[in-house]
Design a protein around this ligand. Sequence first.
Ligand SMILES: [Ca+2]
Length: 235
Amino acid sequence: MENDDKLVFSSSVPEVATVDEAGLLTLISAGETTITVSAESNPEVTATATVTVTGDYSRSGWSMTCSQDPLPDLSGRNNSLTAMLDGNANTVFCITRPGKKTGGIDLGGVDAATYQIDFTIDMKSVRKINYFRLDHLSNKGPDLGTRMAGFTQILGSTDGSDFKVIVENVNFAEHARVLENTSTENIAIPETECRYVKFVMIGIDCYDPGVKDGVDTNNGNSAQIKEIYLGCQAE
Ligand SMILES: [Ca+2]
C-alpha cells in the first residue's frame, strides 16, 4: 500500500447503515451490517467491522395474516391487513372480540374464555427481535375498551410453518388502562431470530375491558391497533 493510496469503504447492508468516501457512517435503521475498508491499489487488503443499529425495524414491505377473515369493515378506520404496519395514524387494524358482534362478524356464540384469534407478521427476512410496541386507537375515553391488554403467546418462525414459543402470558393491561397512554412502552420479549412473529390471543383477558377510574366500561366490541412495531434494543 502506497502513501497516497485511497481507501474504499462499503457497507454490506446499506438499508442499515451507509458509509461515504471519507468513511463517515450514517445509521439508517435497525439491523446489522459489515463495513469493509480496502486499499484501492490492492483490494485484497481489507479490514472489516460489524455495526449493529438498534431500535425499531423499518416495516417497509412487511405483510400480515390474521385468523379472523374477512376482517370487519368498520367505518372510518380504513381497516386492512397492513393497517398497523403503515405508519399511518388514520388506518387501524380491527378485529371482533370473542363474545361480541361488530363489522359483520358475530362472535356472540363462541366460548369467549377459550376462543383463539391470532395474527402473524412477516418481516420478509430473519431478524433479531427483543421487543414489540403497540399504538392504541386513541386517548379518548370510549376507545379504552378497544385496546389490547396482552397476548397469550408470541411465537417466532424462520420458515412460516415451524413456530416456536418466544414468550407466554404477556400482560400490559395496567399500562393500557391509563387513558393518556396512546402507546405501550417497548415490551421486552426474549431475544429471538425469526422472520415471522405470531401473536396469539386466547380468551377475553387479552382485550382490555376499558377500565376507567376502577369501573369496567366493557364497551369494546372490537380490538383495534393503530400501529405495531418490532425491534431490537440493547439489553
Ligand atoms: Ca396505521
